[in-house]
Design a protein around this ligand. Structure first.
Ligand SMILES: Nc1ncnc2c1ncn2[C@@H]1O[C@H](COP(=O)(O)OP(=O)(O)OP(=O)(O)O)[C@@H](O)[C@H]1O
Ligand SMILES: [Mg+2]
Length: 357
């Protein structure tokens, strides 16, 4: 689908939503964005991802923005740009990053978002803010519930339903109150009504990929649930999805967490940076829900709506999760039933290489 035709579509939905609070994006000129970012100055650079670089900027009215600048123009990049803008323009939710607008001049493609003062969850767990310990337990719980609610909106309330396909710590941004804002719908894919999954080239990030998606390219809502489960484990433990054990071996966060969860060793599971200051019942919930979400068998995973209820403390639902056979003993966990028995060697990891178009 061409860029222009997509935008006819966006404008159409914009007209339909006239009067509603949600249709607030606009088109920016390149000049305005050059001015705002000091001509995409290196000092303004917030980071770099698959799409290109992200710059901090300030508009003439004083408001702060983040500008994502497409690295190199190609049909594929153009498509991703169009998808991201179209999806973002359609969705509005308190836990989804708000689109301010876009710019398409010549070969420049830029997306403008609200600037998130507290950057990404990744920066607090493993990056530049990790030593500062801004994430106390209450904030972590709110981030978990907020991000789940954002994804639940994409899966269950957006029309058509949307699979994110790249849920990970760098795509959960944090506003000035540390409220979660799920970002980056560039990899997202609409699910046609009535379809259970779409077969697609695998995109996403190692450590967060559901096995059926990595191996068979079957993308469905439950692949997002898998990635979200990894994110929950990361949030509670402060560990990375894949931990380097030696120069050739890596261990997944689920392989590490499952035996500890079976033995109810919550002190060992909790992020040491919490310094023991957490509510054990809630930590237990986050860990068990994270593990059931990141189960290798998609049919065992809850829906993201159930995840929201579980995280908010639904006792009945949680009792069912806790009594699941996967938490009975490490023997079950190691038997391969949940596929959690192996360490990943670099060789294997290469075979899991993420495809690109
Ligand atoms: N709206 C924003 N406010 C503040 N920082 C942002 C914003 N958007 C992105 N960033 C920062 O820019 C970095 C790069 O973002 P980008 O989405 O391009 O890459 P990524 O998330 O690391 O990888 P991917 O391309 O797979 O999404 C992020 O880690 C984040 O810290
Ligand atoms: Mg991102």
């Amino acid at each position: 689908m061409g860029f222009r035709s997509l935008f006819c579509c966006v404008k159409g939905s914009d007209r339909k939503n006239q009067g509603k609070k949600e249709a607030t994006w606009r088109i920016f000129s390149l000049k305005e964005l050059q001015l705002a970012t000091n001509n995409f100055n290196y000092d303004n650079k917030l980071g770099e991802g698959g799409f290109g670089s992200v710059y901090w900027g300030q508009l003439w009215d004083g408001s702060q923005i983040a500008v994502k600048r497409l690295k190199s123009w190609s049909n594929k990049a153009e498509m991703e740009f169009s998808i991201e803008v179209e999806i973002l323009a359609r969705v509005r939710h308190k836990n989804l990053l708000t689109l301010r607008g876009y710019c398409a001049e010549g070969q420049e493609r830029l997306i403008v978002y609200d600037y998130m003062t507290n950057l990404s969850l990744l920066s607090h767990l493993h990056g530049q803010h990790s030593a500062e310990c801004h994430l106390d337990w209450t904030r972590r719980m709110n981030i978990a519930i907020g991000a789940a609610e954002g994804i639940a909106y994409l899966h269950h309330y957006a029309t058509p339903h949307i699979i994110h396909r790249d849920i990970k710590a760098s795509n959960v941004l944090l506003d000035s109150d540390f409220k979660a804002q799920v970002a980056d719908f560039g990899f997202a894919k609409f699910i046609p009504d009535g379809a259970t999954h779409v077969t697609t080239r695998v995109k996403g990030t190692l450590g967060y990929l559901a096995p059926e998606y990595a191996m068979l390219g079957k993308a469905s809502e439950s692949c997002d649930v898998y990635s979200f489960g990894i994110l929950l484990l990361e949030l509670a433990s402060g560990k990375k999805p894949l931990e380097k054990l030696s120069s050739t071996m890596k261990r997944t966060i689920t392989d590490w967490a499952l035996p500890l969860a079976c033995e109810r060793k919550f002190n060992e599971l909790a992020d040491p940076r919490l310094d023991g200051k957490y509510i054990e019942e809630e930590l237990k919930r986050v860990i068990f829900v994270g593990l059931i979400c990141a189960c290798n068998r998609p049919e065992k995973r809850p829906t993201i709506l159930e995840v929201v209820d579980l995280l908010k403390g639904d006792r009945e639902k949680f009792a069912a999760v806790e009594s699941d056979e996967m938490f009975k003993s490490t023997l079950v966990a190691d038997s391969g039933e949940n596929g959690r028995s192996e360490l990943i060697s670099d060789e294997k990891e290469k075979k899991q290489e993420i495809g690109s178009d």
